[in-house]
Design a protein around this ligand. Sequence first.
Ligand code: GAP
Length: 461
Amino acid sequence: MSAPSIETIVSLSKRRGFVFPASDIYGGLGSSWDYGPLGVELANNIKKSWWNWLVYERDDIEGLDSAIIQNRMVWKYSGHEDTFSDPLVDCRDCKTRLREDKLDRNDEGKPVCSNCGSTNLTESRPFNLMFRTTVGAASADDDPAALAYLRPETAQGIFTNFVNVLNTSRRKLPFGIAQIGKAFRNEVTPGNFIFRTREFEQMELEYFVRPDDAARAHQEWIDGFFDWIDSLGISKANIKAYEQTKEELAHYSERTVDILYRFFPEREDEEKQWDELMGIANRTDYDLRVHSKKPEDAEGKRINPDSTEDLSYFDPQTNERFYPYIIEPSVGVNRTLLAVMMDAYEERTNEKGETRVILKLKPELAPIKVAVLPLAKNKPEIVETARKIKRDLQPSMRAVYDDTGGIGKLYARQDEIGTPFCITVDHQTLEDQAVTVRDRDTWEQERIRVDSLAEYLRNRL
Ligand code: GAP
């Protein structure tokens, strides 16, 4: 089972402290969200899983953290200033602003307003999605010399550092650079909770290869990311690949495969249940070429007179110099978090006939690994023993102490936030130095000696 809709996760998130509407006390700001105590832990664990897999477990990837605000030339030559836009229309009847490419068409092929059904729409016009800002204390708001953008993707910071990383890490092809960071897009139609927002976080890998190795490497990364998504506990039934058509491909891409998740299971039309979790593109040598000072167009004019660097690669084995191809798996932290929560969601009925929510997160993703619960909070020895167990576990795993309710309620609360184990300290603990360990998924209980508890939990986690 997984969540019946995103709405189920919205309400769980607010109730338990995963995600809150941003600036809520001032009425909020459309599509901005804050990550609460549990949400930030879950997001950090997802990022850790990605980073460990790519940067620590492999031998061919370096990390990077580039600036959010870059020289405007980065966005000029990447193509974002000219082409990073969505087609915008307004409905003349209900005044809603819409993305033309996302609208259903009527029998005559005319786009239909998704709000009121009217076809009385304005002509489509491009709307650039980059957030603008100005740099420097003295600059006027409209000073073109001070114009800068908040990055709409982390990728460009990797391309502009290609030679820096290559030289300082003494790498040879194939190798990759991984980066996690915020990105900003002034989306026309944000929505569906954290699925599409104006501020979000990306995990991007740019993998540099010889041009003749690109098709193979691309397929290898598509397969690799299916495995990584699987390792997050997301079921195969809710994941599928989508091959972008020639018309859909971005200007830099030779081939892009999206991995889709069933974000909208409540929709009747099966096709409409799916949307993009991530994309894996073969960006060719486009990026390193356009940011380099040397390449020329058909008339012999430099395509980039502003760059001071040539981002080509010299292959010492073949004595060739060329611009590497780039394979780019790019995934959003927020969409991954949403998919992980939806997929882990389960409802179960207990022996009293009450419905309980269990978030069956993989233990390594769970925000809290262990909750220590005293069975009698008015008994100082029990409370002190429980607090000591929590303190002893805390350095090696995230543990919490909770005595704010009856045991049934405390178990239910931990199940709902995905805590894999609850430890109960009772009267018998004071005599036999053992505690009850309860498993979130099976609700089975086992008696474990306190002195072997840490090792027992480490093995099971
Ligand atoms: N560098 C390539 C790139 O940025 P993209 O398909 O535009 O490609 C990659 O974005 C991923 O970033 C998406 O698959 C999605 O997971 C996430 N993403 C993009 N726009 C988003 C938004 N407005 N809100 C949340 N996540 C977003």
